[in-house]
Write a protein that binds this ligand. Structure first.
Ligand SMILES: [Zn+2]
Length: 412
């Protein structure tokens, strides 16, 4: 089946939105992009984008499909059976797609259950975003993520841990460079893995063509990861000029994840005490890393950490507004959320609109390069297409039969 998108602006993922172009899709691909008048005789199915913008679907480089954004995520997850984790994960992936996000990178799951969600979505068996998944996070004894991650100490164990992920079917490898907020008893300022452990883990992943992401909040850990060759620094909260310099040299991506801090600011009294205590140290550096690296000209990819407390699936696009509020131009936010995010994830036919690319689209009101809220806020989304299928209609049809809140923790 063919559909023509015509009438409004087209943002191709890389350049300023342009008027006067028609984009024709055939099945799940873009088949032709030409000046609108070339389609004057077209009689087929048509989407009028007048007054709006056709753009690539958004890409979120940091989510957790096995976590539901509850105040106490660890307890909530523990109450779900493996079967429920898969079912809720699929539902959350679909909510994410309905929120305008056509691809996600799952940065650490539970017992590979998220692979079932990934495979269902990527095979087309279920409607969902494109999913890349890391499997279990590689972390040190007692370290950040150790409650669900693959604990590994010393270079031999780290190599073994990475090989396990690759054998299990991971699309990329996540290695924890520092402490974090959501694990009790660890300090975000501490470097966890040594430079050596980090480097061998990254090299082992690279040997099998897998890119790497590192949870890295403070300088020492960021430097260990960057110098070891990491593909993306997640959070980068306390980054300094030395980190920026090392990252620029290597073209390292930063995935800033501003959404969780927004959520915590609004609901601080609801989260576990150890999270509240650590929040104070983060508050004053909120968005510091993003600003530093952006001003230096570094590569930034959109990521939300959705799944952590009060960052809920389906609201991912709000991150675009937070990035713009921090000082990025709306056009740069759009690039970070489409073509740059696709580049980080290695998705060569997503995140941009060109002949032959995937028909993964978001159509929004107005011009998001002038007002980022057009892309960031769901009320301004007109329609979402995944692999050439209009998905918003399906979501809307489901709405009346759905419980007001998806029963993630049912009867406990
Ligand atoms: Zn995360």
């Amino acid at each position: 089946m063919e559909t023509l998108f015509v009438g409004g602006l087209v943002f191709d993922g890389r350049n300023k939105p342009t008027p006067g172009m028609g984009v024709l899709i055939k099945a799940d691909r873009v088949s032709k992009i030409e000046p609108a008048e070339q389609f004057a005789d077209y009689q087929g199915h048509k989407i009028d984008t007048s007054g709006g913008t056709l753009m690539p679907g958004l890409i979120d480089c940091h989510v957790h499909l096995t976590l539901g954004g509850e105040a106490d995520i660890a307890s909530a997850q523990a109450k779900r059976s493996p079967g429920q984790i898969v079912m809720t994960g699929l539902r959350w992936a679909q909510q994410t797609l309905a929120g305008g996000i056509t691809a996600v990178r799952d940065c650490g799951g539970k017992d590979y259950l998220e692979f079932a969600v990934r495979d269902a979505c990527n095979s087309g068996e279920q409607l969902g975003p494109t999913v890349l998944a890391a499997g279990r996070m590689i972390c040190m004894t007692g370290g950040h993520g150790s409650r669900v991650g693959r604990v590994a100490d010393g270079t031999d164990e780290v190599i073994k841990g990475v090989r396990e992920q690759i054998h299990a079917g991971s699309d990329f490898v996540k290695i924890m460079a520092t402490g974090g907020v959501m694990t009790p008893g660890v300090n975000p300022m501490d470097a966890h893995y040594t430079a050596e452990e980090m480097a061998v883990g990254i090299a082992e992943a690279a040997r099998f063509g897998k890119h790497t992401a590192s949870h890295a909040m403070a300088t020492k850990g960021i430097l260990n990861a960057v110098r070891g060759g990491i593909t993306s620094i997640e959070h980068g909260t306390f980054m300094d000029d030395e980190c920026v310099e090392e990252m620029l040299k290597r073209g390292t991506f930063l995935v800033p994840t501003l959404a969780p801090m927004q959520g915590l600011m609004a609901h601080l009294d609801k989260v576990p005490l150890f999270v509240q205590n650590k929040f104070q140290m983060m508050e004053e550096v909120y968005a510091k890393a993003l600003i530093l690296y952006y001003q230096a000209g570094g590569k930034i990819a959109m990521g939300t950490d959705t799944g952590v407390p009060y960052a809920t699936h389906g609201n991912n696009a709000l991150e675009l507004a937070y990035m713009a509020d921090a000082g990025m131009t709306p056009l740069d936010v759009l690039k970070s959320s489409t073509s740059l995010a696709a580049e980080l994830m290695g998705l060569s036919d997503e995140g941009h609109i060109a002949e032959g690319s995937r028909a993964d689209f978001l159509v929004v009101d107005g011009n998001p390069a002038e007002d980022i809220n057009m892309a960031a806020r769901r009320e301004n989304h007109r329609t979402i297409w995944k692999r050439g299928i209009e998905i918003l209609a399906v979501e809307q049809a489901m709405e009346p039969i759905r419980a007001p809140q998806f029963a993630a923790t049912a009867a406990f």
